[in-house]
Design a protein around this ligand. Structure first.
Ligand SMILES: *Cc1c(COP(=O)(O)O)cnc(C)c1O
Length: 392
């Protein structure tokens, strides 16, 4: 088998060996239940608290404000449903954006069915929300603003500090889905006036199925998972101790030499974009040119289906992602690409390549070379492309 070139780090990342090494004893040696009072249990409890502390420190929160969940989606569900149900007496209005992750959008859809009102803010051509529209959307009924930190498809980073300032001024809770940001950009919940924040370990070289919700002290929020008294009565269920240990180690590693790592990623990103633009015509870079994640490249190739592009890349050992998802037999283009105003036919030809710590310059050059060949081959079958060439 050919060597795999993995450029889908926004979907998930491999668990780092050092992270896995920290986790392993907690499966079969230090396997105690953190709630048990004998030493085996308290060892687990200590490990959980060390990890909580490490996570809190990286975002300038207190350890008691970090609650472990089974990942980013659960954290998103909890923030939205928990605040909605606990603050019903204050109001029934939530503000979010059109380009959030499904974990937010589908939860909002569910809450609408429960009688809540949701405003979905527009974004501009780069995927940035309009702060004026945000301010105008706020009513006496507004209880929560939920705006993602950075977009998982196009990498655009939102004006989080401004959103935090507006939310604070109006005394409205502010939640951010920071699943793409944590481990990749420095986040300070105090400086940014964030009340709740979702994160997931598998997006920063930790294990899957573990995440956390930061909840600022004093925020009124109902639990989502009900049962035992774990996580100080706010998230029931025996703790995922190996996952929690892995998440703590992963977040520490992620913020070591962050600037160095990001400089390298930005260099690789720019090399990839330049390579594509120099070699292929009728392409478009999606997302903001500068206010974007260091590792995100999202490109539309006109006259091409994203799915065929992905399959051809896979045959060359290259793993990427496209915005389109096959739902009930019809290819629906990504809501994010439609949100930035792209017409359906262009949104269909999108490719996301998200770089990671293990990608190299040689890999970037190889991907550009293969992509150039594949795009030419696929376009040779497109009558529309032939017409467009003639017009030029
Ligand atoms: C991956 C992702 C999620 C979901 O996290 P899971 O841990 O997979 O549930 C939510 N929001 C964003 C922005 C993501 O990228």
């Amino acid at each position: 088998m050919k060597k795999l070139i993995y450029m889908d780090n926004a979907a998930t990342t491999p668990t780092k060996q050092e992270v896995l090494d920290e986790m392993l004893p907690y499966f079969n040696v230090r396997y105690g239940n953190p709630s048990s009072i004998y030493s085996l249990g308290s060892h687990s409890r200590t490990a959980v608290e060390i990890s909580r502390e490490a996570i809190a420190n990286t975002i300038n929160a207190k350890a008691r404000e970090i609650f472990f969940t089974a990942g980013g989606t659960e954290a998103d569900n909890w923030a939205l449903k928990g605040v909605a149900y606990a603050n019903r007496d204050k109001g029934n209005h939530i503000i979010t954006s059109k380009i959030e992750h499904q974990g937010i959008l589908h939860t909002c859809g569910y809450l609408e069915k429960q009688g809540f009102k949701v405003t979905y803010l527009d974004v501009d051509e780069y995927g940035v929300i309009d702060l004026e529209q945000l301010e105008e959307s706020i009513t006496d009924e507004t209880i929560l603003i939920s705006i993602m930190f950075a977009n998982n498809e196009i990498g655009t980073i939102q004006p989080i500090k401004e959103v935090g300032r507006i939310a604070k001024e109006k005394n409205i809770y502010f939640h951010t889905d920071a699943v793409q940001a944590i481990g990749h950009i420095k986040v300070d919940v105090d400086e940014l006036n964030i009340d709740m924040l979702s994160m997931a370990a598998h997006k920063f070289y930790g294990p899957k199925g573990i995440g956390a919700l930061y909840i600022r002290q004093g925020v009124k929020i109902d639990p989502l998972i009900i049962g035992g008294g774990q996580e100080r009565n706010r998230r029931a269920g025996t703790e995922n101790v190996p996952g929690i240990v892995g998440m703590g180690k992963a977040i520490e590693l992620a913020y070591e030499d962050l600037n160095e790592k990001n400089k390298r990623l930005i260099y690789l990103r720019e090399r990839l974009v330049k390579g594509i633009f120099d070699n292929i015509d009728h392409v478009r870079l999606n997302g903001h040119p500068t206010k974007r994640l260091p590792n995100n490249v999202n490109i539309c190739f006109e006259f091409i289906e994203g799915e065929s592009l992905l399959l051809s890349l896979d045959m060359e050992g290259i793993a990427g992602s496209s915005g389109s998802a096959c739902t009930s037999g019809t290819l629906e283009p990504s809501h994010v690409l439609l949100g930035i105003g792209l017409p359906h036919e262009i949104a269909h030809g999108s490719l996301r390549l998200s770089l990671g710590d293990y990608n190299t310059e040689d890999e970037v050059d190889y991907v550009v070379e293969k992509l150039t060949d594949i795009v030419a081959r696929l376009r040779a079958m497109s009558p529309l492309y032939e017409q467009a060439k003639e017009v030029r």
